[in-house]
Design a protein around this ligand. Sequence first.
Ligand code: ZN
Ligand code: ZN
Length: 570
Amino acid sequence: MDADHILRQLKLTIKLMELHDENPFKIRSLQSAVNNIDRGEIDIEGKSPQELQNLHGIGKSLADTIVSLQATGSFPGLDELLAKTPSGILEVLEIKGLGPKKVKALWEELNITSTHELMEACQSGQVAKIKGFGEKTQESIIQSLQFKEANQGKWLYADLELSMDELAEVIKKHSKVVDIFPVGEYGRKMEIIEQVEWLIATDDRKQVIRALSDIDSLLQDRKISSPFTWRGKLKSPEVKMAFHFTDPADLVLEKIVRTASKAHLLHHVEGDKSLVEIIREEPHYYDESEAYQKAGLPLIPAEIREGLIEFDLAKSGKIDHLVVDNDLRGILHNHSTYSDGKHTLRQMAEHCRDLGYEYLGISDHSRTAFYAGGLEIERVQQQHREIDLLNQELAPFRIFKGIESDILIDGSLDYPEDVLSTFDFVVASVHSSLNMDVKKATQRLLKAIESPYTTILGHPTGRLLLRRGGYPIDHKAIIQACADHGVVIEINANPWRLDLDWRWVQEAMDKGVKLSINPDAHEMEGYADMRYGVIAGRKGGLTKDMTFNALSLKEMETYLQQRKNSIKKS
Ligand SMILES: [Zn+2]
Ligand SMILES: [Zn+2]
């Protein structure tokens, strides 16, 4: 079991200890050790029992616990807690806004031991009557439950990629499989996936279907399968799957038809003929370029076959200039151990440089984000001194001094002007009071965008895909304000966020607003998320010239300097 899993089990243990009223001192001491592991202050990975015991804040008993978790995934204390907890309670504990104390109250007062019972009790108004709950809490529980329900069985694209690649490798090895391609929403790299579909080229469908059923990780659902399509699920992660089959000669055509959205296929390309009608006129194509050429179009990449903007992009010639991974020259919006990051400033910088980037923008949390170790003014100054030294050492590589400034409730930034003016760039983001209505939330962002110190608007809606919706904002007004004030909008590349949503990228570009593909990395490995931002950008039609961090170091230095100069003059 790796450190992340161990941490998750320890956090669950704490929740269960609270639920069962265990000794508060024990809970507090475990909590503080978990916080230290979580923040990366102590590293438990690959340590022997003796080494674990010697770590600060980890005594003999926690060391034993970790050893047991590493070996078996559990430990006696957790097993005991689980044995006296109804399994449905574990699900209730996962609901946003419900801490162990509230779950305990629900259990004791209303005998609620499942999310289903909880929903019923909320709908009949019983939950609001419990001391400490009230109408508002009851309403937000209902919303969380509905959100959860709506997202049942759905997965982040990023969380499926690895298992899907492995599965495709296995299938490809079968002698009767000529080729296999992802199609449908997975083929279009949608940010959220409900079903993964594949297209297999073979001239012996029956044998391949039999072979699929022999794969341990797959489970066929015969009721919905047919001789032409295998339907069922992958067991872990549990996701709906479908395999379609085609004659190898028809592969290109089938691949386009099965990947594209309906709107894409039915788009009228010439006169009254739709794309699909035109390409169906020929039975066989050598490749997808040839098929699109038949319709007088350049190749439209699979991920943007949504029927939204791709035909305009094709007409304007922009489709060949969509951003690619290699266009990105630097990485902005990252955290270090100064706030809640796992790796030091030096580690973050050296790793960035080693990956071939020209610059790093470090933007730790600002002081109001105390829960994330936000920086007091002295720490900002200390970090700036360290950056100056590192910049001398690592030149020509450069670290830009940034901050992720909380946007306070009234829309102002988190430091006085004399501190704000010491940064090279400021990412302004909302992290608190997320339940504003659209008017208040928009006003709050507009005020932040108006600040001359704001360089980038961070994760504009605060959404966490499959976990919580974002606060509502008037996208058009926000984008217009960014255009008016020269503020860049972030595409937060963390697969949980992908915020700005790609469906708004075109609007931003039309208004002349640049987009920055930012990983919001809290550890070195976090840089790898940039590719999900690139996918999102491409889906929205983002071109290289409108991508902020496609600027070279020289260009970025000039841009940021000019922006600072313009503040001094105003
Ligand atoms: Zn943030
Ligand atoms: Zn951040």
